[in-house]
Design a protein around this ligand. Sequence first.
Ligand code: GLC
Length: 427
Amino acid sequence: MNNKRFQRMIDEFTLDSDDLKNIAAAFRYDIENGVKDNGESSLRMLKSYIGLPTGKEQGEYLALDFGGTNLRVVLIRLLGEGKYEVVKKVAKPLVVPGEYDFICADAKAEDLFDFIADMIDEAIEKNHDKKYLLGHTFSFPSSQTNIYDARLIIWTKEFATQGVEGEVVNDLLKAALKRKQINNVEPTAVINDTVAVLLASAYKLGNVNVGSIYATGHNTCYYEKFNGIGKPAMVINMESGAFNKLGINEFDYKLDLQSEKPYEQRLEKMVSGRYMGELLSYCLDSAWHIGKVGFTSIDISTILADNSDNLDKVCKLLNDKIDAEITVDDAIWVKALAETIASRSARIVVATYCGIMWHLYPNDDIPQQYVAVDGSVFEKMPTIKENMQKGIYEILGDDADKIQLVLENGGSALGAALAAAMEPVEG
Ligand code: GLC
């Protein structure tokens, strides 16, 4: 065991308060350049052509939630007054090892969208008479010219299906519905999952301007009024996972080079659930020369949740994965390292939220509001919420009280239904 090596890795993942303030300021800078027509920014700042709901939206809509390894089709009844009912829900994984895989580099768009069309058919119980409008939460960077027309710019989160990049995703969906003779389902709106979270939370709670996903992937959107720029107010999907003004260490660098899309999604690769376990794998290989043993963010959660004296669970996890004698001392260092990887993630994420606040309220007059967040890392990973709260205090001081992080569970489907129900923004 080389304690110095572990201490050095921990130092490489540590961000102090000044680092956080610098990240927030750099992020704000990229937002402000990004809202200008020709500004240089690492944020994509994609227009979503939708505003915020009134809370009064009503009616029955189909919602398709496509953004992670699990696909969901949900029939939702909006009741107004921020209320809704789930009438029917169908969920299926996009990968079943040994059976099928719709997201690997060999997979084809037609097969993927046929699979989705079959799920839609299941959700409507093969009723081909009743008319359904469908809202589609498609959680990848897409450039839009209106609420329907969203073209996938680039796959993220290690998705690699052929024939989708550069295409209008709802056209692919429509073609599949046609092939399956489902002519009564009409896809009308596409939104990002961050936008869905913001819409869902605005519908239920009101007083929210920022929606964020902290899960397999990470990204944030906000309601932009374009003050003084003369463009219609709408929600902007920042694709904040692509933010690239962050110092990276040797492990971030290795992970990036080995990923599906090197040099892309720099921030996301430092913070999101898809990558945190992998960062730990690279660290442990560097310390112990064990090759790349696959750790996941669920493993990180297991490590962080073990508060026993002998770290029994951490020792067991390491012993199961690594072919070497693991001591309690080893486990203590691994836990400290995992804590730092998770804490760096939480701190970077809130630095971006603070950057948005500085952009929205340049006169230091942040009003009380919610920031809506959905995702397994936010919801389930130990230490994350505490570290987020602490990070906000370090950046904003007493103004931190103005921002309440709120879990918006299942917002992707509700948001899609709302997008189908709402009047789009033209422009
Ligand atoms: C990735 C996608 C982004 C999505 C996020 C969370 O960053 O590029 O569109 O919002 O994952 O799912």
